[in-house]
Design a protein around this ligand. Sequence first.
Ligand code: SF4
Length: 605
Amino acid sequence: MRKQEGLMLGKRSPQRGMFEADHVYLDFVGRDSFYGFLATERGNLFRDEDFGPLYCPDNGRNSVPPSLLATALLLQAHDRASDDEAKARADFDMRWKVALGIRMDERPFAKSTLQLFRAQLILHDRIRAIFQRSLEYAQETGYLQGRKMKVVLDTTPILGRGAVKDTYNLLADGIKKLIWALAKNAAGTPPEVWARRQGLGRRYYGSSVKGEAEIDWSDEKARAEFLKSIVADADRLLETARQMLQQVPVASNQEKAILEAAQLLAQLLLQDVERPEDPGPRVPGGGDLRLKQGVARDRIVSVHDPEMRHGHKSASKRFEGHKAAVAVDPDSQLFTAVDMLSANAPDAEDALELVEASEANTGIQVEETIADCAYGDGTTREIFEQAGRSLVARVAHRPNQGQFTKEAFQIDLEAGTCACPAGKVTREMISASSHKDRNGRTIVGRAFQFEAVMCEGCSLRQACTRAGSGQGREVRIHPQEHLLQAARDLQASPEFHEYRKKRQAAEHRIGRLIQLGVRKSRYFGQTKTLCQVMLAATVANLTLTATKMKKMRSRTGVHDLASFLSSLLRQANEALLTTLRSRRHSPVQFPALFCPPRPAFRLSF
Ligand code: SF4
């Protein structure tokens, strides 16, 4: 394990000073605010010893107490503050000083200290421990109870931090990244100078390689020539990288940086450029080198964050970034597990892992998992069945294109029969086309076949099948048909309404995460984005627990009632003044009934 070099674990003194902000200004900031909650509970939440493995045991100067930095990370997530802003608030914001328990004239940490601490937490997977602490706290306070629970699964898009560019600029970014890695190896030559020496010119160091290109973009030939010149530069650079790799020490940082940048550029070329030697059909007149048509599967969309992908919020709405997957206990509304997926991954990709993580994080057995139809495919149901777990998810509606869907047929898998809407029954089973499931397994298809003679004279034929003459209706059998049948039966029953209501828990809690700013990633890469979402989920869990256990005021309820009453009084005051002013000759001057509240300063020891 790599520890912070030159730093020993610094601990908060158990002896508290008279002038620490939480002693003096706790009531002023608000005992029932999140800052007041942290001021009173931070000692219960984090102990410096818990972070001991991140520091040298016997060498170096004392670190900033990690419990203080962990509290600062929660404040940062709560206030949606950048690292700069977090540093400034810790220095000058009374609320932060109260929450951190420091003196008013204290500057508790440098920006780089906070960043390094977060990096260490990510490196050693300790962010998860902070998240787990929020669940332990809910159990300690008695808010999260029980030996069994249900969890609701859902996902939400996260817009990536990396710049998304068109193919020309994407290739140019890839070239610049490789130039940077190669120039660094060449005795620290500035990349621009190194590129000029290699004859790569200045075009990669402008604002946009495409925007600055003086070509006629309506001319296909000119576009092809421009692309050709960029690809030629990329190929030449890759060849230089190959030669340089033979000179750098094996397994060194230099080798790693060059390999990473070269692989990225090669991947960009592969996904977006079609060369004459590539197999497959070519568009007539398309030139000898051109941009690929369509979007490659798993296409990299940003050089700055190569883990970002194209994803879909819906059939028509696209986004670029990642996807957060969450598990929520619908009874307590607490997040029980959080994970990060590629934006183009199926929602159900890590469904079972989320359920297992929920159990590990809470120590409570998950008896049932509830999710939407994105989790209702046969493969996910099979995975859950094999793991001995219960999954309740709606089976997606099938587009029927004007014909009877499979649901109109009575399929009896045990008896091996299929009855059609006209009351005819078939036992004939045929092989249908096979396909690969999302785990790459080849699934051989089967189908019930109604004989042509059955269907030919049928009055329902028009509504049933488009098969040509001499053919009857075919009804495909899903490899996990028995599981889908059971799910369809449940979703047709009144009990399913309760599951539908419980499923909304995840949607509401995702709304809270969005409030805490997770819709946009602050960082590059999935790992750091997961850190951001996990800290937001920790804050969401803590504020919920604190509110329910009356350690914090509700953001709704009392607050809303107070603002409603205040607005009612304001309206009454305005109406009264308007009436009085309308009596032009009235000699009496009436004062305003209600004045805006003045800030009050209270000392409390
Ligand atoms: S067309 Fe064939 S399968 Fe369809 S309802 Fe008529 S008999 Fe049944």
